[in-house]
Ligand binder design. Structure first.
Ligand code: FAD
Length: 372
């Protein structure tokens, strides 16, 4: 054990895809560093994999932002990781479809954004939409060539295994103590204690709360947006990924349909109302939202498949943060905003968080872990 009997070198809070990618990046770049990952859920990997397996192209993020770079690089890195690890992954492409005239300027702005981010995009008219997706209706669309789908359960599971980290589930962190020279001690709701030299907060929608537990002021409030997720019983209606034009108030698509690697089709819709972020849409409202893109769909075709939360960080002055936020405190790194969709960007985000964690660990490490 290192540094006054620490249980591990780095403690990651949160076994979502970002926390696991962070653990993986730490042990890849500094073999021998011992990492423990805590998650409040009993089956966090299953939970992380419950939400869709779309690997985003990076089209949605502000050009020049760290998140745009992570997303664009992440799409390619996720494909390479999946190929290397034998994980199902398919580049299906994506149609982002405008169904109302009012959405056309936003669709055009997205084309500019995609091009600025180096994402291959092509503008399509109504007839060309049908050539790509015969059952989808719209006024105009963008075809994004690099969007993919992957087996998210296998991806998260493999990141966990390959990291070599100790994963403890059912471990809700309720208290964090930092003392000079003594590292970080974390207490869970069940009364367990874990001591580490450095803590990395990857708690997703609870990231601001966990930062405050450490005594660091996050500088943002994280607003969770509830996303409902349904499977389309009679699949075969979309060939790849089909998304609505994002609402200007919310950066991610309000409605998305995708054919997963198993051939099954799922739909996701998000409650976008600020101030009512957790209100779930009724089955009728959900089906109506999806029918905007896919008129042939019946309400009965959709079976509930769960829900999840997308994060949106809001700065102190009330403006939404539009980039990945990684803040560093004494012996703590906080990943505070992982703008959705973040799954495909997780490998570069994890590397960025790992770089911060190892920079904190380096001066306090008594031995060179690469040689132990
Ligand atoms: C319905 C739906 C569909 C989606 N589809 C896609 C998609 O197809 N592609 C895509 O890229 N993105 C998608 N997303 C978004 C994607 O899920 C998020 O971008 C991603 O989950 C962010 O990962 P994360 O690791 O930052 O956070 P999370 O996955 O939220 O992980 C954070 C973890 O921290 C744990 N935690 C929190 N507080 C504590 C605590 N106090 N103690 C211990 N553990 C704690 C939580 O239990 C959780 O497991 C979807 C989201 C939803 C809701």
């Amino acid at each position: 054990m290192r540094e006054g009997g620490a249980d591990c070198d780095v403690l990651v809070i949160g076994a979502g895809v970002v926390g696991l990618a962070t653990a993986y990046a730490i042990t890849r770049s500094a073999p021998g560093v011992r990492v423990t990952v805590l998650d409040k859920e009993d089956r966090p990997i299953r939970r992380a994999a419950r939400v869709g397996g779309v690997v985003d192209s990076g089209i949605h993020h502000r050009p020049g932002s760290l998140m745009a770079r992570c997303a664009v690089r992440g799409a390619a890195e996720t494909a390479a990781f999946c190929a290397e690890q034998g994980i199902a992954h398919e580049v299906t492409g994506e149609l982002i479809v405008a169904t109302r005239r009012a959405e056309l300027p936003r669709l055009h702005a997205l084309v500019q954004r995609g091009r600025a981010n180096g994402v291959p995009v092509r503008e399509l008219g109504a007839v060309q939409i049908a050539e790509h997706e015969p059952e989808v209706r719209g006024l105009a669309a963008i075809h994004v060539a690099t969007t993919a789908v992957c087996d998210l359960a296998a991806l998260t599971g493999r990141l966990a295994e390959a990291s070599g980290a100790e994963l403890r589930h059912g471990a809700r962190v309720v208290r964090v103590d930092r003392r000079p020279g003594q590292g970080v001690t974390v207490r869970t709701a069940a009364g367990a204690e874990v001591r580490a030299a450095v803590l990395v907060n990857c708690a997703g929608t609870r990231g601001d709360h966990v930062a405050r537990l450490t005594g660091d002021e996050p500088g943002v409030r994280i607003v969770p947006y509830r996303g409902e997720y349904r499977t389309a019983e009679r699949g075969g209606r979309v060939r790849g990924v089909v998304s609505a034009v994002p609402d200007p108030e919310v950066p991610f698509p309000g409605v998305q349909l995708a054919r997963g690697v198993d051939g099954g089709v799922w739909a996701a819709a998000y409650t976008a109302a600020v101030g009512e972020p957790r209100r779930a849409p009724s089955p009728r409202a959900f089906a109506d939202a999806v029918r905007g893109l896919l008129p042939s769909l019946d309400e009965d075709d959709l079976a509930p498949a769960g829900w999840g939360a997308r994060t949106r960080a809001v700065l102190r002055d009330g403006t939404p943060a539009d980039d990945l936020l990684i803040r560093q405190g004494a012996r703590a790194v906080h990943v505070l905003n992982t703008p959705s969709p973040a799954t495909g960007a997780a490998l570069p985000i994890g590397r960025e968080a790992a770089r911060h964690a190892l920079a904190l660990l380096d001066p306090i490490r008594p031995t060179n872990p690469a040689t132990t």
